[in-house]
Every structure is written in C-alpha cells, then in structure tokens.
Write a protein that binds this ligand. Structure first.
Ligand SMILES: [Fe+2]
Ligand SMILES: [Fe+2]
Length: 174
C-alpha cells in the first residue's frame, strides 16, 4: 500500500485505485459485458418472433453496453490499475413476448442503476473522489437507459397486438 491507499503492482506501477475500488470497478465492467450479452440474447429472441426492428434496436443497445464496459476498462488502466477479467453469466434466452422482454430490459436497467449507486458508495468509503467524479457520467446515463426502455414498454402497450409499425420505428435506431 502507498500513500492515499493505492496499491503498487509487482512491476512497481503505482495505482490511484485501492484494491477494493479496482475490484468493484472491474465487477461493474463485467456487469456491463453481461448487459451486452443479455441484449444480444434479446436480439436473437426478437429475430425468432419475426420482429427485425426490435432485434436491431437490441443490437444497437448491445453496442452501447460495450461502450459502457470499455469506459470502465480505460478508466482502470488510466488510473494505473490492472483489469482482471472473470466469467460473464449466461443470459436468459426466452421471454414472454415483446412486452415481457422489454419489461425485463427495464428491470435490468433499474438493477444496473442500483449497482452504479453501490459503486459510488464504495468510492466514497474509499475516499476516492476521482472515481466518484468519473461515475457521474454513468448516473446520468442510467437515467437515459431507464427512460428509453420505459418508452418502448409504453409503446408496446399502446400498440397492442399489431407491432408492425413499432417494429419499423425501432428499426430506425442507429
Ligand atoms: Fe450499461
Ligand atoms: Fe444499460
């Protein structure tokens, strides 16, 4: 341990992150990879429902999650830490129709918001104001993530059984 609670690796590189902070950030990196995996699984499910616009929306969402994951990767590296990756859980493969899938996506985003809030708590407990500042982007992003899933849930409910027009609309997301 060095001053400020950072850790020194075997190579002698001083990290700005405590061991606990690095572990928590890496855990969230893996959670973002899981989100990408989950949405890719949902994309496959929508293909099976013959809803290519919904499937495409989920493919775009998957890319957003990979961006979230890489921002954690870059932050850990720039702080002088080391990313030690672990396994990603397998996602579900079936949902209860388009509404069931998007309700699951919304519930998942709410869960992720909770994980980000937990991460902020760790940063505070570790006295790591730089990481706390870094996490502000994710707090704002989670508001948008919940909103966009919620918006599609509402649109599915309004569309009822005819999802053709909504499928065409969701196909526009790039
Ligand atoms: Fe994310
Ligand atoms: Fe997300």
């Amino acid at each position: 341990m060095v001053e400020g609670g950072g850790v020194t690796s075997e190579e002698g590189v001083v990290s700005m992150l405590t061991g606990k902070m690095q572990e928590a950030l890496t855990g969230q990196l893996i959670a973002e990879m899981y989100s990408a995996y989950l949405y890719l699984s949902m994309s496959s499910y929508f293909e099976s429902l013959n809803l290519p616009g919904f499937a495409s929306w989920m493919r775009v969402q998957r890319l957003e999650e990979l961006v979230h994951a890489l921002k954690f990767f870059d932050y850990i590296v720039e702080a002088g830490g080391r990313v030690l990756l672990g396994p990603i859980d397998g996602p579900p493969t079936e949902w209860d129709g388009a509404l069931g899938a998007f309700e699951a996506a919304l519930a998942h985003e709410k869960k992720v918001t909770g994980l980000i809030n937990d991460l902020v708590e760790v940063a505070r407990a570790e006295g790591d104001s730089a990481t706390e500042e870094f996490l502000k982007w994710y707090i704002d992003e989670q508001v948008e993530e919940e909103e966009s899933a919620e918006e599609v849930v509402s649109k599915i409910k309004a569309a009822g059984d005819d999802l053709g027009a909504l499928d065409a609309e969701l196909a526009q997301r790039s």
